[in-house]
Design a protein around this ligand. Structure first.
Ligand SMILES: [Zn+2]
Length: 482
């Protein structure tokens, strides 16, 4: 059986105030071309680089989050190649002394297994300028030139498209949680390349590199495509060519690429304009305390403390702001976590956040933060009202929408809009009798065995009461009256 062996190279831009070697703004969102530039990032002769401390702290943070050794000694090197997006004719990068070495990341697969993917290194370098092609001409924007860029290289521990995708997704979460990088793939803040070879034995096959992967989907699809393509070549008795290919997103295929780098020897040598980096253990420890709870730690805690199902947990892992909101609401529910789990309050609260609240947020184009609209204390009160049966789920939806709009308190909204439930049996019976009197035909049909008519009558009753009757109660009393 031919087995794919895959390694990933992932670049991500550091979120810092200024660029890697000059004081220009690091603003990937800047629309005006060539605004954030200076002699250093434009490579004017004689301009000297200086190291951005914040960027170094961010790569150390990334290394710590990814279980790497942080090296006390590292240095920058020149990687020479010629391309229009590289004004110096070389990129300042790191060759044999990267800052982070020998880490790993655990990923959780769909079959329930956990797999450890080793990380060979993470090093610091600078991003290139951006080229855009218009008609027959090419434009260069240097806003991105010199933006701090980290490159992570995994060991070839990955054996499927799913594993590669999961690795990239988990990495993105970690970078975002710790504010290391915006890590937005569509915006090019995070970019993936895969190396893939097929082999039947332990001896690796010929490696093909695939570039231009700007989404998780592209990572997954390109691996699936390459696996199939290489398998066919091998089965035909031919040899896979060692090459760099590009992913064509519209055609969903990889294509041969005339690569700027393949024919080049980079001639790495130590950057003479920058001193080597000496990072003390004390400095590393100081940065370590800035690490926030990692996605996997949160998964474990949410499972143990709140007994949530996997689907809800993944929702919160991907929506950390709503996860915080969920926890704040729980603490306002005034019960110990264990009791709240037992009596169903936590599950109820979570369900309202992951469904109703989430859909309200999604439909609000001006959404800023949830706490601005609904204070956790008010949200907790709404959950208690539902829990105690004071309002039906239909009424809860109405009140929730109103709370979001007016930042109001749920019991005030209930009173003001006359939304409290009708609990008095005789009052409910009056409504039911009214509906029955108006719908003779349906009543007759029901008595002749048409079950649908019963549901129709029930619907009329709920509409008449504006959802203020508990449906179970309405069902019981309707049956009795009929
Ligand atoms: Zn600059």
């Amino acid at each position: 059986m031919l087995k794919p062996t895959i390694g990933l190279e992932i670049h991500f831009e550091a979120k810092t105030k200024s660029k890697m070697f000059c004081s220009c703004f690091n603003d990937p969102e800047e629309k005006e071309p060539n605004k954030n530039v200076c002699p250093v990032c434009l490579a004017h002769p004689g301009a000297l680089p200086t190291i951005n401390k914040e960027a170094i702290e961010k790569i150390i943070l990334a290394g710590l989050a990814l279980n790497c050794e942080i090296k006390n000694y590292s240095r920058f090197d020149r990687k020479s190649y010629f391309y229009p997006d590289l004004p110096k004719g070389y990129q300042i990068s790191q060759f044999d002394f990267p800052i982070c070495k020998n880490g790993y990341l655990d990923i959780h697969l769909n079959n329930g297994e956990t797999k450890r993917i080793r990380i060979n290194r993470i090093h610091m370098e600078e991003d290139t300028a951006k080229l855009s092609h218009e008609g027959n001409s090419t434009l260069v924007d240097f806003n991105r030139s010199g933006v701090p860029l980290m490159e992570l290289v995994t060991e070839a521990d990955i054996n499927s498209a799913e594993e590669a995708k999961k690795f990239a997704q988990e990495l993105q979460l970690i970078l975002k949680y710790n504010d290391i990088s915006g890590a937005n793939m569509e915006k090019g803040q995070m970019r993936c390349e895969v190396n893939i070879s097929l082999s039947e034995t332990e001896k690796l096959g010929t490696k093909v590199e695939v570039k231009n992967l700007n989404s998780f989907k592209a990572v997954e699809k390109s691996i699936e495509y390459e696996t199939k393509r290489q398998k066919q070549i091998i089965e035909e008795g031919k040899e896979v060519k060692q090459e760099t290919r590009g992913w064509h997103d519209t055609k969903q295929i990889t294509m041969e690429q005339r690569d700027k780098e393949d024919s080049f020897e980079y001639r790495y040598f130590p950057e003479p304009d920058l001193p080597p980096l000496n990072i003390s253990n004390e400095e590393i420890e100081k940065i370590k305390v800035r690490l926030v709870e990692l996605p996997d730690q949160k998964r474990k805690r949410f499972r143990e403390e709140f007994d949530l199902d996997d689907k809800s947990i993944e929702f919160y892992i991907n929506e950390p702001e709503l996860a915080d909101y969920f926890e704040k609401t729980i603490s306002e529910l005034n019960c110990w976590n264990k009791d709240c789990v037992k009596d169903g309050s936590i599950k109820l609260c979570s369900n309202y956040i992951t469904t109703d609240l989430q859909s309200i947020i999604k439909s609000d184009s001006n959404f800023d933060t949830i706490e601005k609209n609904i204070h956790p204390e008010n949200f907790a009160e709404l959950i208690s009202m539902i829990k105690k049966g004071e309002i039906s789920s239909n009424i809860a939806k109405i009140i929730l929408a109103e709370m979001y709009k007016t930042q109001g308190d749920p019991s005030d909204i209930m009173k003001k809009n006359n939304l409290s439930s009708i609990t008095d049996d005789s009052e409910i019976e009056t409504i039911i009798k009214g509906v029955v009197a108006k719908n003779n035909k349906a009543v007759e049909d029901y008595k002749n065995g048409k079950e649908n008519s019963f549901m129709f009558l029930l619907g009329q009753i709920m509409a008449e009461s504006k959802g203020k009757i508990n449906p179970q109660k309405a069902k019981e009393l309707l049956k009795k009256i009929l």
